[in-house]
Design a binder for this molecule. Structure first.
Ligand code: AGP
Length: 605
């Protein structure tokens, strides 16, 4: 997944292209580049690495143009390098691309057979070569563009400059998001509304298959059949000010500390604090839902896996949760009474979006729990259930995760009430428990000092195991994901009861075993697991509450989180594992907000 931006402007665009790329850097940061029309020619400036490397190139060789495009890359085809950095150029065509062209190899072979020379290893360059070959054949720009689009299979969001057409940018969207921004005598294209937020709040969301020609004052939009179409202009509240870290060292820790507010704001969409009742927004009657099928990736999958315990235990609702990238390829036997729920912070994750569309094609009712309320999933799902975490910039998801768990927990209680599994008194009690969550999440942040002291010991580990039971098992998986994705230490999560069926072979004096165990109904079982580990010389880190701390084995490191109702334990025990991963990564000098090889929104399959 990459970020793209285009500006047809009245004044110099270089600085504004860079500002947009900074807002898009969460989508990938392997390389970056811009291009602009200078005296009728299109000039490029590209750099390997992050935006700041590109800024250094621009300070040496400024680019003065009023029409330009920009790109920040997460490498799919071709290593991160200047030749593989976008924008790519072929003859009169210069363009930027987000997505993957699945038939690029055969197209490239045809073009090479026709004598065309390639400078990069990327799939993207094929698009530029194709358009230029159509221009050679005498096509007008829009025809050359459309003919090319029809030959591509795969996903793309594009912005294209063509020499000789100085005030024109062509754009297209298939499988990767692209928005049009309407300014005052200026027009914009961007991967999302945030990218063009500093320039305009008037946004047009292109639909699948749309392509567009923008100039100083207009955007001519066409559907995939080539018919002129009008798409609604929306006034969005995209943050015009770049999201800042404030006095925090990294976005990740800032966002960990924003979790009490994120939880509180998310609850407002599902819980009426005056009535003390919960509800599911939109057209859904849980009394008529026979089964839930939740699809998600990464951290969102673990949030959904926690919810499975609640939907089944509280609402008596069968609930399957599956990794989106596996779900549709196994052709699941879904039944008509199933409600499919996609969970996604970005609302653009290609695997999850494809699984959602698969469910829709099967005629299932669908919903999407998303943090980006104008995202593709938000617009395509039958119901949009929001999280209100605010923009999450750190690649490692934290406040979005607890906001997802908050929304799912509220929905599970609402479902239990709707299905008559709990009476009004119990619903009100659980609502009060949920209302305590923001405060208890805030109190759980007090573990930071203890976690910071522990971090150097974990930072020396080669492998780390995370264990949990019940809803703490998915939290163990999430804790392992946090650690591995920002500190690069190998970590695995396991259901604590599973340890003795193999993973215990990994236990030695060098491997920290992090056990997430509030003093709940399963705690005694977990104490047994701790004994198994200690008996083999394992080093236990027990994350528990005051009561549980009395059962910590001798020599164990103990992190004490606030005691809480089991309904919200995953919310209250999230910050300790997030802060542990964060401080270990800081110990290791890792790039916490932009870990290697990762990106915030994975819009390719
Ligand atoms: C989480 O820390 C990771 N960045 C990643 O697993 C992420 O949760 C996953 O890619 C899903 O993203 P989404 O919520 O935007 O769909």
């Amino acid at each position: 997944m990459c970020g793209i931006i285009a500006i047809v402007g009245k004044t110099s665009v270089s600085e504004r292209l860079i500002e947009s790329l900074r807002r898009l850097e969460y989508r990938g940061y392997d390389s970056a580049g811009i291009a602009g029309v200078v005296d009728g020619k299109v000039e490029r400036r590209r750099a390997k690495g992050k935006i700041r490397a590109l800024e250094e190139v621009l300070s040496d060789t400024p680019l003065t143009a009023t029409v330009g495009i920009g790109h920040t890359r997460w490498a799919t085809h071709g290593v991160p390098s200047v030749p593989n950095a976008h924008p790519h150029q072929a003859g009169r065509v210069t363009l930027v691309h987000n997505g993957i062209i699945e038939n690029f190899a055969e197209l490239k072979a045809d073009l090479q057979a026709a004598g065309r020379k390639f400078e990069s290893e990327t799939d993207t360059e094929v698009i530029a070569q194709l358009i230029d070959s159509r221009l050679d054949a005498g096509d007008a720009p829009l025809d050359a563009f459309k003919t090319t689009l029809d030959r591509l299979t795969g996903a793309f969001a594009l912005a294209v400059l063509i020499e000789g057409h100085d005030r024109l940018v062509l754009g297209a969207r298939r499988g990767s998001p692209l928005v049009v921004g309407e300014g005052l005598g200026e027009m914009f294209l961007g991967s999302d509304a945030l990218a063009i937020g500093p320039f305009t709040n008037r946004v047009v969301y292109l639909e699948e298959g749309d392509y567009v020609a923008i100039d100083d004052t207009s955007a001519r939009i066409f559907d995939e059949e080539g018919r002129p179409v009008t798409r609604p202009v929306k006034v969005v509240a995209a943050a015009a000010a770049l999201v800042e870290k404030g006095n925090h060292r990294h976005f990740m820790v800032k966002e960990i500390y924003e979790q009490p507010d994120a939880c509180q704001h998310t609850l407002t969409a599902y819980l009426d604090p005056v009535k003390g009742r919960l509800h599911a927004p939109g057209d859904v009657d849980f009394a008529r839902v026979e089964r839930l099928q939740i699809i998600a990736c990464g951290t969102a999958f673990y949030a959904a896996s926690i919810a499975r315990y609640l939907f089944e235990r509280l609402a008596g609702l069968p609930c399957d949760v599956e990794i989106a990238s596996e779900f549709r390829y196994r052709e699941p036997a879904v039944t008509p009474g199933t409600l499919a729920i996609a969970v996604s912070q970005s609302g653009e994750t290609a695997d999850t979006l494809a699984a959602l569309r698969w469910c829709q094609a099967k005629g299932l009712k669908t919903a999407a729990i998303v943090n980006a309320h104008e995202s593709t999933m938000a617009r395509e799902a039958g119901i949009m259930w929001p999280t209100h975490a605010g923009p999450e910039i750190g690649v490692a998801s934290t406040k979005a995760f607890t906001s997802q768990v908050t929304a799912l927990t509220a929905l599970a209680v609402a479902a239990a009430a709707a299905r008559g599994r709990i009476d009004e008194a119990e619903e009100r009690r659980l609502a009060r428990v949920l209302l305590e969550a923001p405060r208890l999440i805030g109190e759980s942040l007090d573990v930071e000092a203890a976690v910071t002291a522990l971090a150097p010991k974990i930072a020396r580990a080669r492998d780390v195991l995370y264990l949990g039971r019940g809803p703490m098992a998915p939290l163990a998986y999430e804790g392992a994901l946090k650690l591995k994705e920002i500190s690069y230490i190998h970590a695995e999560g396991y259901a604590a009861g599973e340890l003795k069926h193999g993973p215990i072979a990994l236990v030695d004096e060098e491997t920290p075993i992090i056990i997430i165990a509030p003093s709940d109904a399963l705690f005694e079982k977990t104490v047994s697991n701790m004994s198994e580990v200690v008996a083999r010389g394992g080093k236990v880190v027990l994350i528990t509450d005051e009561t549980g701390a009395h059962h910590a084995p001798a020599g164990a490191d103990v992190i004490i989180a606030p005691a809480c109702d089991p309904l919200i334990a995953a919310l209250v025990f999230a910050a300790p594992i997030q802060l542990l991963a964060y401080h270990v990564a800081v110990q290791k000098g890792a790039d916490v907000d932009q870990p290697r090889n990762l990106a915030k929104s994975v819009t390719v399959e």
